[in-house]
Design a protein around this ligand. Structure first.
Ligand code: PEP
Ligand code: CO
Length: 402
């Protein structure tokens, strides 16, 4: 039943979206919180973080990439932190994206559509509900939108007030991104554009707004949301929600995806065969990609979906060191990215670009280039979640890809 909620500043109508009754994995447990309804009401009445016109521009830019006329770069942290939502840190991240995109443009000879993996990348899917930190079993850290990184049982409780904190942090970051985003001749006009994994349905659902002129529904938490590898089940809530919004959308495709499932995803998410609507973000690992990708590309092409093909050469290549640290080898990342390009081009498709977890500072989280071996990882291992490339390593990946 639609329900009208009165707050001091906003009156709005909350409708129960159909996908909220479908199964969904990786969701927080927080509905028993005494303030839950008020928090949801406040978020549902909040201003959009991004404008419909900007979302449409981003879709046009991705449309060029689908047709082979542009490249795509998505880059940023695995998990952002609220404490990074300040002007200096954000401007550094924006400059890093500019620099890496400029290298991509120079090497490819094409314009680049740039997306910061930022201003909303606050929720993480986890393979286990528990993790061991310093010998203590704790509920897993699920991103600052859900709980705290602090290694303490109480701090790891799922807290819906964090949805409002994530909204405020995203708002602060997007303001800085807008202030620092300057294009050059090689870069596509438009932007700034940001992207994140739209994982927590309570948060994302509250930020869907209808364009009164066209009747389209836009997810206004970001320009370009994507569905993660763990939440792309055909009959679950994420796919249903994404099918209902007009944004350009992404979907991760891992090594266990079969061609029929991917075609079915394309039918649900890109029913009108629109260039730029759907980006398939391939993350298979440097070994599996050699056998798993080509049949999927052929099936999608046969089905006539003009998708944007992007490689995420990070998430299929995570390894654990002897001391229990998560890392990735730059050599594996390069192998997957170059195999991706080769396979796409052999199949007559456009390998549009890369989705990279990369920091703007000289972190030592992945091995290769300026980080010679596992021992060097301890110098600046700062990530809240997965290991990121530093700027030197990210440029190496770009240079190897083109
Ligand atoms: C991510 O992008 O941080 C992530 C969790 O990726 P995937 O869904 O591909 O595992
Ligand atoms: Co990650």
């Amino acid at each position: 039943m639609p329900q009208t909620v009165k707050l001091t500043e906003f009156t709005y109508t909350r409708t129960t979206a159909p996908w909220m009754t479908l199964p969904a994995t990786q969701q927080p447990h927080w509905h028993h919180h005494p303030e839950y309804d008020l928090i949801e009401a406040e978020l549902s009445g909040a201003l959009p973080l991004v404008a419909h016109s900007e979302i449409r521009e981003a879709k046009r830019a991705l449309g060029l990439a689908a047709l082979g006329e542009a490249r795509v770069l998505q880059l940023g942290d695995c998990a952002e932190s609220f404490s990074d939502a300040d002007p200096l840190t954000t401007s550094r991240k924006v400059r890093n994206i500019q620099r890496i995109a400029a290298r991509m443009a120079e090497r490819s000879g094409q314009q680049v559509a740039r997306f910061g993996r930022m201003a909303g990348q606050y929720a993480k899917p986890r393979s286990s509900n528990f993790e061991t930190v310093g010998g203590v079993d704790l509920p897993s850290f699920r991103g600052e939108l859900v709980n705290s990184f602090e290694a303490d049982t109480a701090a790891r409780r799922h807290d819906p007030e964090r949805m409002l904190m994530a909204y405020d942090a995203s708002s602060a970051v997007i303001r800085e991104v807008r202030a620092h985003w300057a294009g050059t001749a090689e870069e596509l006009d438009g932007g700034p554009w940001v992207a994140h994994e739209a994982l927590v349905l309570d948060y994302e659902n509250a930020l869907i707004r209808t364009d009164e002129r066209t009747g389209e529904q836009f997810l206004t938490s970001t320009h370009f949301p994507w569905i993660g590898e763990r939440t792309r089940q055909l009959d679950h809530a994420h796919v249903s929600m994404f099918a209902s919004i007009a944004n350009p959308i992404g979907c991760k495709i891992g090594p266990t995806a079969d061609p029929e499932t991917v075609v079915r995803l394309c039918q649900l998410l890109d029913p009108h065969h629109t260039p730029g609507r759907l980006t398939l973000i391939v993350r298979m690992g440097h070994e599996d990609i050699h056998v798993a990708l080509a049949p999927i590309v052929r099936a999608v092409q046969r089905a006539g979906h003009p998708v944007v093909w992007v490689s995420d050469p990070m998430h299929g290549n995570t390894v654990t060191t002897g001391t229990g640290r998560k890392t990735r080898l730059v050599s594996h990342i390069i192998e997957e990215a170059t195999a991706f390009r080769h396979i796409l081009e052999t199949e007559g498709a456009h390998a549009a670009g890369l989705h990279l977890e990369a920091a703007a500072t000289d972190v030592t989280e992945c091995v290769g280039g300026s980080v010679p071996d596992e021992k060097a990882l301890s110098e600046r291992y700062e990530t809240l979640c997965d290991p990121r490339l530093n700027p030197d390593q990210a440029l190496r990946v770009i240079d190897a890809f083109f």
